[in-house]
Write a protein that binds this ligand. Structure first.
Ligand SMILES: [Zn+2]
Length: 411
């Protein structure tokens, strides 16, 4: 059976009819609609003869036995955010189904080939993303916190999981699934504007950004807006304002895709008649290079001390959260470049701002690469999310070509 990328588009439409409404996709993990999507996937894979297995973390696996136990993994996620798009996550899975069909039709593959739909990539219901992939990767270390999570209706995460056959305490046993993994491939929509702006349908992902999240707390003195002369003020917001603009210089000086965002500043007393006494400022910095990321943070902290001195205020820094950059496999990146060039004429290498299941798999030591397909207007996590039909089809071809090259390389 030859690869039929148009069938993937038709199946994505079918899934949209089955699990979406006028507001978009509603396949939130650990819900009945998500189960309907998993049934749909089961029905589509059945004809390939791949065996289904749901692991301890709720990940849905389909295994096509090959000559060797070593496995090529293809993955994505059937879950969506509420009111989500028609491609995020499920494109990867349904493109994987098409590739599985082609491989099954060609006879026994040299390696075992496994398609996985990771459980709860989005974390939409309980606020914890990458549930299934982090369990399989062995990097889930927050089970005590997970136990306490509740959804908007007060239902505890362990109870919701149990309804879908998952015991939170046993979820880490999913680790066994990656034991024989030789490579992991994931196709995803870009969810950003880079490929569209370059007029390229497809790109190869170098890795996922490292992230440094900080809180800068600026402390000055509250004082009457009418009676305090301008040169007598200790205005906490002035320091925060200087830093909010200076991060542009940090990003442009460090370069190579560096991004910095001052996403929030909370001022106290926060009234129109007072100079700001405290300003709590959040900063998010991202880079694919760990050293450059460290430099970006150091620059922000030095500048904050300087601005505090200039404004006669105090500043305190604390780290809220951080994650190291996760780099994908160089050999697979080169193969992916070849595949993208073959199907689309040109390729581009780019980092991923969002985290993906692929980052967890790479963290677990499995050679990994991702393909991105262009997103129209860079939109995602909305029903407006879209990709041209012909680009969706090209992305299926690229994933198939990459799977074939990877199998040949590993055989
Ligand atoms: Zn996704």
């Amino acid at each position: 059976m030859a690869l039929d990328p148009a069938r993937t588009v038709a199946e994505l439409e079918e899934l949209r009819q089955l699990t979406g409404d006028e507001d978009g996709a509603q396949r939130v993990a650990w819900t009945d609609t998500w189960e309907r999507a998993r049934d749909f996937l089961r029905s589509k894979v059945a004809a390939t003869g791949a065996e289904e297995h749901i692991d301890e973390a709720g990940n849905q696996w389909f295994t096509l036995r090959g000559a060797s136990d070593r496995a090529l993994l293809l993955g994505g996620h059937m879950d969506s955010v509420p009111n989500g798009g028609w491609l995020d996550g499920c494109l990867n899975v349904l493109a994987g189904v098409e590739v599985l069909r082609r491989i099954a039709a060609d006879g026994q593959p040299p390696l075992t080939v496994r398609l996985v739909s990771w459980a709860d990539e989005e974390g939409a219901r309980f606020g914890r993303s990458l549930f299934g992939s982090s369990a399989a990767a062995g990097s889930m270390r927050d089970q005590a916190e997970l136990r306490a999570l509740r959804d908007r209706d007060g239902i505890a995460l362990p109870d919701a999981l149990r309804e879908h056959g998952v015991d939170l305490d046993g979820a880490l046993a999913a680790r066994a699934q990656l034991e024989n993994a030789a490579a992991y491939l994931e196709l995803h929509i870009e969810q950003g504007p880079v490929l569209e702006s370059m007029e390229l349908p497809l790109g190869v992902v170098l890795g996922t950004f490292g992230v440094e999240r900080s809180r800068f707390t600026w402390r000055g003195q509250a004082a009457h807006a009418g009676s305090t002369p301008m040169d007598k003020r200790r205005d906490a917001l002035a320091g925060a304002a200087k830093l909010a603009l200076y991060i542009r210089e940090i990003a442009s000086e460090v370069g190579d895709g560096a991004v910095c965002t001052s996403g929030d500043v909370v001022c106290k007393p926060g009234i129109v008649t007072s100079v700001v006494e405290t300003a709590a400022q959040l900063l998010d910095q991202r880079h694919l290079d760990a050293e450059k990321l460290a430099r970006m943070l150091a620059m922000a902290r030095e500048a904050a001390d300087r601005f505090a001195a200039e404004e006669n205020v105090e500043v305190e820094w604390e780290r809220i959260w951080s994650i190291e950059p996760i780099l994908f496999d160089e050999v697979l990146i080169a193969l992916a470049d070849e595949s993208v060039c073959e199907v689309a004429g040109a390729s581009h290498r780019l980092p991923s701002g969002p985290l993906h299941d692929a980052a967890e798999v790479a963290r677990a030591g499995v050679p990994t690469v991702m393909l991105f397909v262009q997103s129209l207007r860079g939109l995602s996590h909305t029903k407006l999310e879209d990709t041209k039909r012909e680009h969706v089809e090209l992305s299926v071809r690229a994933l198939d070509s990459l799977a074939a090259k990877t199998l040949a390389r590993l055989a």
